[in-house]
Design a protein around this ligand. Structure first.
Ligand SMILES: *Cc1c(COP(=O)(O)O)cnc(C)c1O
Length: 410
């Protein structure tokens, strides 16, 4: 997708708009699967990163499974035609009822606490279950996305293994997988390798395993020269550790991963139009036709999104603070060097594939944007922009019979 392609998309579908490059998703998937040279590999795409059904269908056609965190995500996967046996369900803090609903749909259940494990195992001893362990490895880009540390709410502590084993024995349930997910934006592959040893240790307690799931957390580059997880190096090192473990275990297990960001982050572009250039005594603001209602990552995680002015890419660079239209501070970038902006120009935000549309809202009663999938030179609309109808369709207006005088006196 070059600048002309993107400008044409903004013209045709209006702004703001999300655009995803199908070929980038495909190449990321291929790069990941080629890095791991094991006999059985399974990638489960983390649906929460970007849950449009057309994206799920695309990944399904590549042979990719899904990682889901809610029954609704499981249903989206089924809607996209994904076989339930290729869907893993890794919820946190959900009810037993929801887990039973998902089990009935045929997805692989992954349980991350002892209370639910005991209840589920007692009621469904014949349903194979994967266990999410907490390896207590500190990893991840920031505290919101680090989930493997000692006081994290995620996973069953490896120190609770005796209790876990007692539940498994008492209920007669079948544990078919061990899982961990230590956080997002992990740079150091040493963290994965160290955590893998802990996963192998946990796995030695179970004799009927079919897979080991190493979660995700691969970091992608956000700016030029940014470091990213060295997938090829990780692939080579983990492959040999994994093969050695399978030999010791006596069976060829499936190696599983569940990346979200890695597969879709770089494929996504978010296009917004500049409504106003506002020069104050100290700053030049570029006010755009969107806000944290459509892209919250800069405000929520402090994430960096590269921004370029695709309407004037060769212009002289100047410093801008790019801000949204929400009636709250919503700064996308402070003092960012961007080629000269004129009102009406289209700005292009990079890395807008993951946790961007999927975290959008109707705050300020704005419509959520359209989504477009770009493939081989063609733009396909995969979600329409909302309309006023969408804002009111679930509202139930009531007319209260308010007696103004008595309301004032009470
Ligand atoms: C969010 C999540 C992922 C995906 O993380 P990324 O950083 O987007 O790759 C994988 N597994 C689980 C259990 C998750 O909650």
């Amino acid at each position: 997708m070059n600048n002309q392609d993107l400008l044409a998309v903004a013209e045709e579908f209006g702004s703001p708009v999300y655009v995803y490059d199908a070929e980038k998703i495909i190449s990321q998937y291929n790069r990941l699967t080629s890095a791991f040279n094991v006999e059985k590999l399974r990638i489960h795409y983390a649906v929460k990163a970007l849950s449009n059904i057309s994206i799920l269908k695309l990944l399904n056609s590549l042979g990719c499974g899904l990682d889901t965190v809610s029954v609704q995500e499981v249903k989206l996967g089924l809607e996209a035609g994904v076989d339930p046996s290729r869907i893993i369900y890794t919820p946190n803090g959900v009810s037993l009822e929801e887990i039973e609903q998902v089990a009935a749909l045929g997805a692989q259940i992954n349980i991350d606490n002892l209370s639910i494990l005991e209840q589920f195992g007692t009621r469904h001893p014949d349903t194979p279950v994967c266990i999410r362990i907490n390896p207590h490895v500190m990893a991840g880009g920031n505290s919101k996305i680090s989930v493997g540390h000692i006081d994290s709410k995620f996973g069953i502590s490896i120190h609770q293994m005796p209790h876990l084993l007692r539940i498994v024995e008492n209920t007669g349930m079948n544990i078919n997988g061990i899982h961990m997910h230590t956080g997002s934006d992990i740079l150091d592959i040493g963290v994965f390798l160290h955590a893998s040893e802990i996963l192998f240790d946990a796995a030695r307690n179970f004799k009927d395993l079919e897979f080991l799931d190493f979660g995700s957390g691969f970091k992608v580059p956000y700016k030029e020269g940014d470091i990213e997880t060295d997938i090829e190096d990780l692939g080579a090192q983990l492959t040999s550790k994994f093969e050695a473990f399978c030999k010791e275990y006596g069976r060829e297990l499936t190696l599983a991963f569940e990346p979200g960001k890695y597969l879709v982050s770089e494929a996504g572009k978010f296009l917004a139009r500049v409504n106003v250039i506002k020069q104050t005594t100290s700053t030049v603001f570029a006010g755009i036709d969107t806000g944290f209602n459509h892209l919250i990552r800069p405000m929520f995680y402090g994430s960096h999104h590269h921004i370029s002015n695709i309407s004037n890419p060769e212009g002289k660079e100047r410093f801008y603070s790019v801000v949204g239209y929400i009636c709250e501070t919503d700064t996308f970038a402070s003092n960012r060097r961007i080629s000269e902006i004129t009102e009406g120009d289209i700005l292009d935000f990079s890395n807008a594939g993951a946790y961007s549309y999927s975290m959008s809202s109707n705050f300020n009663s704005r419509y959520r944007p359209a989504e477009v999938l770009w493939y081989k030179g063609e733009a396909h609309l995969i979600r329409k922009r909302e309309t006023f109808e969408d804002l009111i369709k679930h509202q139930v207006p009531v007319d209260l019979d308010i007696n103004v005088e008595s309301a004032q006196s009470s």
